[in-house]
Ligand binder design. Sequence first.
Ligand code: C2E
Ligand code: CA
Ligand code: CA
Ligand code: CA
Length: 277
Amino acid sequence: AKESGRNTFALYKTEMQAVSDARLEMEKALHHATESKFFKLYYQPQTNDKNQLIGAEALIRWKDEQKGFISPAVFIPVAEEIGLIVEIGQWVLNESLSQVAIWLKEGKWDPSWRMSINVSPIQFQQAGFLPMLKEQLEKHEVPASCVDLEITENMLLNDLTSSLEKMHAIKRLGVHLSIDDFGTGYSSLKYLKSLPIDRLKIDQSFVRDLLTDKSDEAIVHAVIAMAQALNINVLAEGVETFVHYDRLREIGCFFYQGYYFGHPVPPEDFIAEFVHD
Ligand code: C2E
Ligand code: CA
Ligand code: CA
Ligand code: CA
């Protein structure tokens, strides 16, 4: 028994070692990828109830030389922990704005459309975030009204006063603000009222079970009613089928994003698949 106990411990230690080796390896690869800009942005269409395009969400893709595509759901949290997210987020902003500038010049991007860009809480909280945003808008000569920043509820809780100030400053630039993954965080109704927000994105977890789960349906209903009262738009994420779309429209949600309308795709494909003149 003593012998096997020691073996178990040894095995455990080896597994722990393997996990931390893999983690270190990912950190190293992520540093390298950030320096060498091994990233790409994919774009997913956002539509209204008339099936018209209203914008796109920029979603980062990382293709590692050995491992192939690594999901942002895996590497963004690591990048946040080791601080690389600031540099990566800056790259994302620069890349997506440069793409909008190109499409605007080519007449492929309607100026009423919005490019939705994910902003990590850590990036948002940087003192330099606002000046950086301003500089990028000027550099690319993209109208601020073409830009929508997606932030999450929980980041606001850290320091509500300074977050609010920053949000108002962003709004003064003319940039739009959305709350991402809405319903998964902790924001109260009272405090939602005080936020200068244009749009809530209902988290896909609620949309997924909309047709089968009564409480998810109730939540979606409530979010839409509340948003209407506060004069905030609602966009549903993760709309995968016609029935989901149909039900959402019935409930009063008129903006959508999801595989039913289109997957995230490289820029060339975005124009080919979703932009018709
Ligand atoms: P998110 O911001 O909630 O993005 C939506 C995610 O849902 C994307 O995953 C998208 O590909 C996926 N999706 C879209 N439609 C559907 C659908 O109909 N069904 C299902 N099941 N999924 C759908 P993705 O691209 O893997 O990104 C995962 C997360 O990584 C994002 O979640 C976001 O939190 C983060 N992320 C992605 N790009 C960036 C970025 O540029 N900056 C930052 N800070 N985070 C990013
Ligand atoms: Ca998002
Ligand atoms: Ca989301
Ligand atoms: Ca998410």
